[in-house]
Write a protein that binds this ligand. Structure first.
Ligand code: PMP
Ligand code: GLN
Length: 380
């Protein structure tokens, strides 16, 4: 068989989690919480199963969940999507992202991605026959930033889509209103679509607000906006997310979605819908994770790692050049096997494997897990 994805191996997250398990390391690599979700969320899913919500839901998602999602977006970002034609429930954000790309990118189209780039976008672009055009973030005093003039320069007649991610994995940077304005200026008068990965929308710190594309009507009119309940409700294994987009885009999205997964498991959709009636869990998430971020950053100050800013997500990037001159992949492996703390090399988020001496830690962990990791990291 000739591979459709010859350059693709097993994801860095899978590899580092396997190595962490084998080495008995504290796993701060792959992004997932090591604590449980709210029991009432599990109760809500159980109640849905008991109430016999166990057959196929609508292809677009259970209406109760689409209504809850629409109400949340309207309340937080002021944009009312039509819940029948503009919101679709997906099997995690990954499926939403891949489906959005497959339904809109034609062979030969260019898709601009921002590096470091989350690992699932480029393979989806490749499967669609598109060409990923990478624009690298620049690192200044305030951390990683998107150089919009370079994005503008990359746009041409073949550009079909620009993929953005805010808050950003792995750099923990967030886009601000001025970034959204710059993006709007770039796409105005073109047919370029926006795919906005906002899975960490509820993890923005220090009183800043999340600049959802859905807040910006000019961008929302040409955008697929993606999020994930896995991140927000501490249930990454449930693999439920959603996409919101104008009806014309959503009609194309659903053509692919219906033959890709058709629909997403019913009881969890009902359970999440009833749990969402209370906005507290997501409204309290920034404070919940900001405390963990601060705890982790304070501890890292007692190590030889150099902290990079962390404005959003549950990731913290550090520079390790005072500790080692190994490549990022070698350093992450050494840290996992010898120091017993797993991390992710940021080079894995660059198509050409660019080395910048930075690894990523996930702080979505119990305080005692973070304390144990910090104790070990202080020894290097
Ligand atoms: N996008 C980004 C930036 C992510 O970090 C992740 C998950 N780690 C996803 C998408 C995928 O989300 P899900 O697990 O809901 O598919
Ligand atoms: N998005 C998660 C991370 O960045 C991993 C998800 C996965 O393993 N595919 O760590």
């Amino acid at each position: 068989l000739t591979s459709r994805l010859p350059a693709v191996g097993t994801t860095v997250f899978t590899r580092m989690s396997a190595l962490a398990a084998q080495a008995g390391a504290v796993n701060l690599g792959q992004g997932f919480p090591d604590f449980g979700c709210e029991r009432s969320l599990i109760g809500a899913v159980n109640a849905a199963m008991e109430a016999d919500f166990n057959q196929y839901p609508m292809m677009s998602g259970a209406p109760v969940l689409r209504h809850a999602i629409g109400a949340k977006i309207a309340a937080l970002y002021g944009h009312q999507y039509d819940v029948d034609s503009e919101i679709t429930v997906t099997a995690g954000a990954t499926q939403a992202l891949t489906t959005a790309i497959l339904c809109s990118v034609h062979p030969g189209d260019e898709v601009i991605v921002i590096e470091p780039v989350y690992d699932s976008y480029v393979p989806a672009i490749t499967l669609a026959g598109g060409v990923a055009v990478a624009v690298e973030m620049e690192v200044g005093a305030k951390g990683y930033a998107v150089p919009w003039t370079k994005v503008a320069a990359a746009v041409n007649g073949k550009t079909r889509m620009i993929v953005i991610n805010t808050p950003h994995n792995p750099t923990s940077s967030v886009l601000r209103a001025a970034d959204m304005q710059a993006l709007a200026d770039i796409v105005r008068g073109t047919n370029v679509l926006i795919l906005s990965d906002e899975v960490y929308e509820h993890m923005v710190y220090d009183g800043q607000r999340h600049e959802s594309v859905s807040r910006h009507p000019e961008l929302a009119a040409r955008a697929f906006v993606v999020s994930s309940f896995g991140k927000t409700y501490h249930v990454t294994g449930w693999k439920i997310g959603y996409v919101a987009a104008p009806a014309a885009l959503m009609a194309e999205f659903r053509k692919v979605h219906q033959y890709n997964v058709f629909s997403v498991n019913t009881p969890m959709q009902h359970g999440i819908a009833s749990y969402m009636a209370d906005p507290k869990p997501y409204l309290e998430l920034p404070a919940f994770y900001q405390r963990k971020r601060d705890l982790f950053r304070d501890g890292l100050k007692n190590t030889r790692f150099e902290l990079l800013p962390a404005d959003g997500t549950y990731f913290q990037c550090v520079r390790y050049d005072r500790v080692s001159s190994r490549t990022e992949a070698e350093f992450a492996e050494w840290l996992t096997t010898e120091i017993k703390v797993a991390a992710i090399p940021v080079s894995a988020f660059y198509q050409q494997g660019k080395e910048s001496g930075v690894v990523r830690f996930c702080f979505a962990k119990k305080d005692e897990t973070l304390a144990l990791a910090l104790e070990r990291l202080a020894t290097v």
